[in-house]
Design a protein around this ligand. Sequence first.
Ligand code: SIN
Ligand code: FE2
Length: 197
Amino acid sequence: MDLGGAKLFKHMLDRNQQEVVVNRVRDVVAQVPLFHPVTASGRRMSVRMTSCGRLGWVSDRQGYRYETHHPNGTSWPKIPDEIQDVWKQVSDCDVVPDSCLLNFYGEGAKMGMHQDRDEGDFSFPVVSISLGDDALFRIGGTARGGKTQSAWLGSGDVLVLKGAARLAYHGIDRLRFRSSDLLKDHGRINLTLRVVR
Ligand code: SIN
Ligand code: FE2
Protein backbone atom coordinates (compact mmCIF):
# COMPACT_ATOMS: atom_id res chain seq x y z
CA MET A 1 0.00 0.00 0.00
CA ASP A 2 1.29 3.45 -0.91
CA LEU A 3 0.65 6.13 1.65
CA GLY A 4 1.86 9.54 0.55
CA GLY A 5 4.96 7.87 -0.92
CA ALA A 6 5.50 5.72 2.19
CA LYS A 7 5.26 1.97 1.70
CA LEU A 8 3.01 0.07 4.11
CA PHE A 9 3.50 -3.70 4.39
CA LYS A 10 0.38 -4.98 6.16
CA HIS A 11 0.74 -8.06 8.42
CA MET A 12 4.40 -8.51 7.56
CA LEU A 13 5.14 -10.18 10.90
CA ASP A 14 2.93 -13.10 11.87
CA ARG A 15 1.79 -13.63 15.45
CA ASN A 16 4.74 -15.83 16.35
CA GLN A 17 7.26 -13.33 14.95
CA GLN A 18 5.49 -10.53 16.81
CA GLU A 19 5.78 -12.45 20.08
CA VAL A 20 9.48 -13.07 19.51
CA VAL A 21 10.08 -9.37 18.84
CA VAL A 22 8.09 -8.39 21.95
CA ASN A 23 10.31 -10.70 24.01
CA ARG A 24 13.42 -9.04 22.55
CA VAL A 25 11.92 -5.65 23.37
CA ARG A 26 11.39 -6.82 26.96
CA ASP A 27 15.07 -7.79 27.19
CA VAL A 28 16.06 -4.32 25.94
CA VAL A 29 13.71 -2.50 28.31
CA ALA A 30 15.07 -4.53 31.25
CA GLN A 31 18.49 -2.95 30.56
CA VAL A 32 17.47 0.53 29.42
CA PRO A 33 14.06 1.37 30.94
CA LEU A 34 11.41 3.36 29.11
CA PHE A 35 11.32 7.04 30.05
CA HIS A 36 9.04 9.98 29.26
CA PRO A 37 11.10 12.39 27.13
CA VAL A 38 10.68 16.07 27.89
CA THR A 39 10.79 18.67 25.13
CA ALA A 40 13.13 21.66 25.26
CA SER A 41 10.12 23.74 26.29
CA GLY A 42 9.53 21.42 29.24
CA ARG A 43 6.50 19.46 28.01
CA ARG A 44 6.45 15.77 28.88
CA MET A 45 5.71 13.57 25.87
CA SER A 46 2.84 11.07 26.30
CA VAL A 47 4.87 8.32 24.61
CA ARG A 48 7.57 6.56 26.63
CA MET A 49 10.82 5.74 24.85
CA THR A 50 14.11 3.95 24.95
CA SER A 51 16.54 2.76 22.27
CA CYS A 52 18.92 0.07 21.13
CA GLY A 53 21.76 0.23 18.63
CA ARG A 54 24.86 2.41 18.71
CA LEU A 55 22.84 5.62 19.03
CA GLY A 56 19.56 6.37 20.75
CA TRP A 57 17.29 9.36 20.41
CA VAL A 58 16.80 11.41 23.56
CA SER A 59 15.01 14.64 24.35
CA ASP A 60 15.27 16.73 27.48
CA ARG A 61 15.48 20.38 28.51
CA GLN A 62 18.73 20.65 26.51
CA GLY A 63 16.82 19.68 23.34
CA TYR A 64 16.72 16.51 21.26
CA ARG A 65 19.66 14.60 19.84
CA TYR A 66 21.20 11.16 19.41
CA GLU A 67 23.27 9.86 22.32
CA THR A 68 25.46 6.77 22.86
CA HIS A 69 23.98 6.18 26.33
CA HIS A 70 20.59 5.97 28.04
CA PRO A 71 19.95 8.86 30.46
CA ASN A 72 20.84 6.44 33.30
CA GLY A 73 24.39 6.08 31.90
CA THR A 74 24.00 2.59 30.38
CA SER A 75 25.11 2.16 26.78
CA TRP A 76 22.25 1.08 24.52
CA PRO A 77 21.98 -2.71 23.96
CA LYS A 78 22.55 -4.05 20.44
CA ILE A 79 19.63 -4.21 18.02
CA PRO A 80 18.21 -7.77 18.24
CA ASP A 81 18.70 -9.89 15.11
CA GLU A 82 14.98 -10.43 14.56
CA ILE A 83 14.50 -6.64 14.36
CA GLN A 84 17.51 -6.18 12.04
CA ASP A 85 15.99 -8.89 9.81
CA VAL A 86 12.95 -6.71 9.14
CA TRP A 87 15.25 -3.90 7.99
CA LYS A 88 17.09 -6.32 5.68
CA GLN A 89 13.81 -7.39 4.10
CA VAL A 90 12.33 -3.98 3.35
CA SER A 91 15.04 -1.29 3.43
CA ASP A 92 16.47 -2.07 -0.01
CA CYS A 93 19.92 -0.97 1.17
CA ASP A 94 23.13 -2.73 2.25
CA VAL A 95 23.87 -0.51 5.23
CA VAL A 96 22.80 -1.75 8.66
CA PRO A 97 20.79 0.53 10.95
CA ASP A 98 22.72 2.02 13.88
CA SER A 99 19.66 3.15 15.83
CA CYS A 100 16.37 1.60 16.85
CA LEU A 101 13.98 3.85 18.73
CA LEU A 102 11.46 2.01 20.85
CA ASN A 103 8.25 3.94 21.50
CA PHE A 104 5.59 2.72 23.89
CA TYR A 105 2.06 4.15 23.64
CA GLY A 106 -0.20 3.58 26.63
CA GLU A 107 -3.88 4.56 26.75
CA GLY A 108 -4.32 8.10 25.38
CA ALA A 109 -0.75 8.45 24.10
CA LYS A 110 -0.16 10.09 20.74
CA MET A 111 2.60 11.75 18.76
CA GLY A 112 2.35 15.15 17.12
CA MET A 113 3.18 15.76 13.48
CA HIS A 114 6.96 15.94 12.96
CA GLN A 115 9.73 15.17 10.49
CA ASP A 116 12.53 12.66 11.20
CA ARG A 117 15.48 14.87 10.35
CA ASP A 118 18.17 14.35 12.97
CA GLU A 119 20.02 11.81 10.83
CA GLY A 120 23.06 12.51 8.62
CA ASP A 121 21.86 11.14 5.30
CA PHE A 122 18.23 11.15 4.19
CA SER A 123 18.91 8.74 1.34
CA PHE A 124 18.61 5.93 3.92
CA PRO A 125 15.05 4.94 4.73
CA VAL A 126 13.29 4.87 8.08
CA VAL A 127 11.68 1.50 8.81
CA SER A 128 8.95 1.37 11.41
CA ILE A 129 7.39 -1.76 12.98
CA SER A 130 4.03 -1.68 14.80
CA LEU A 131 3.12 -4.12 17.58
CA GLY A 132 0.03 -4.32 19.76
CA ASP A 133 -2.93 -1.95 19.57
CA ASP A 134 -3.96 -0.28 16.31
CA ALA A 135 -2.79 3.29 15.84
CA LEU A 136 -4.08 5.98 13.52
CA PHE A 137 -1.05 7.18 11.55
CA ARG A 138 -1.14 10.44 9.63
CA ILE A 139 1.28 11.54 6.93
CA GLY A 140 1.54 14.73 4.91
CA GLY A 141 4.17 16.33 2.71
CA THR A 142 7.49 17.93 3.49
CA ALA A 143 5.90 21.21 4.58
CA ARG A 144 3.99 21.55 7.83
CA GLY A 145 0.25 22.05 7.60
CA GLY A 146 -0.38 20.61 4.13
CA LYS A 147 -2.84 17.96 3.03
CA THR A 148 -2.54 14.65 4.92
CA GLN A 149 -3.57 11.00 4.56
CA SER A 150 -4.35 8.58 7.36
CA ALA A 151 -4.15 4.83 7.85
CA TRP A 152 -4.52 2.46 10.77
CA LEU A 153 -1.29 0.66 11.63
CA GLY A 154 -1.95 -2.78 13.09
CA SER A 155 0.21 -5.31 14.89
CA GLY A 156 2.86 -6.73 12.58
CA ASP A 157 2.58 -3.94 10.02
CA VAL A 158 5.80 -2.42 8.70
CA LEU A 159 6.04 1.08 7.24
CA VAL A 160 8.97 2.37 5.16
CA LEU A 161 9.61 6.09 4.80
CA LYS A 162 11.92 6.68 1.88
CA GLY A 163 12.30 8.79 -1.21
CA ALA A 164 9.88 11.69 -1.22
CA ALA A 165 8.27 10.38 1.99
CA ARG A 166 11.54 10.28 3.94
CA LEU A 167 11.09 13.86 5.14
CA ALA A 168 7.30 13.86 5.21
CA TYR A 169 5.54 15.17 8.30
CA HIS A 170 3.92 12.29 10.19
CA GLY A 171 2.43 11.47 13.56
CA ILE A 172 0.06 9.25 15.54
CA ASP A 173 -3.37 10.79 16.22
CA ARG A 174 -4.71 8.10 18.54
CA LEU A 175 -4.77 4.46 19.55
CA ARG A 176 -7.59 1.97 19.47
CA PHE A 177 -6.73 0.97 23.02
CA ARG A 178 -7.23 -2.75 23.80
CA SER A 179 -7.72 -3.63 20.11
CA SER A 180 -4.90 -6.21 20.31
CA ASP A 181 -4.09 -8.88 22.86
CA LEU A 182 -0.40 -9.09 21.93
CA LEU A 183 0.72 -7.07 24.96
CA LYS A 184 -0.52 -8.22 28.35
CA ASP A 185 -1.54 -4.75 29.49
CA HIS A 186 -2.40 -3.52 25.97
CA GLY A 187 -0.95 -0.42 24.36
CA ARG A 188 1.36 -0.23 21.40
CA ILE A 189 5.07 -0.62 20.70
CA ASN A 190 6.61 1.10 17.69
CA LEU A 191 10.17 0.30 16.66
CA THR A 192 11.88 2.74 14.32
CA LEU A 193 15.09 1.70 12.60
CA ARG A 194 17.40 4.33 11.19
CA VAL A 195 20.89 4.95 9.89
CA VAL A 196 22.13 7.93 11.90
CA ARG A 197 26.00 7.70 11.77
C1 SIN B 1 7.58 8.12 15.14
O1 SIN B 1 7.34 8.83 14.18
O2 SIN B 1 8.62 8.25 15.82
C2 SIN B 1 6.62 7.05 15.58
C3 SIN B 1 5.61 6.68 14.58
C4 SIN B 1 4.77 5.54 15.08
O3 SIN B 1 4.60 5.40 16.29
O4 SIN B 1 4.24 4.77 14.25
FE1 FE2 C 1 8.89 9.97 13.33
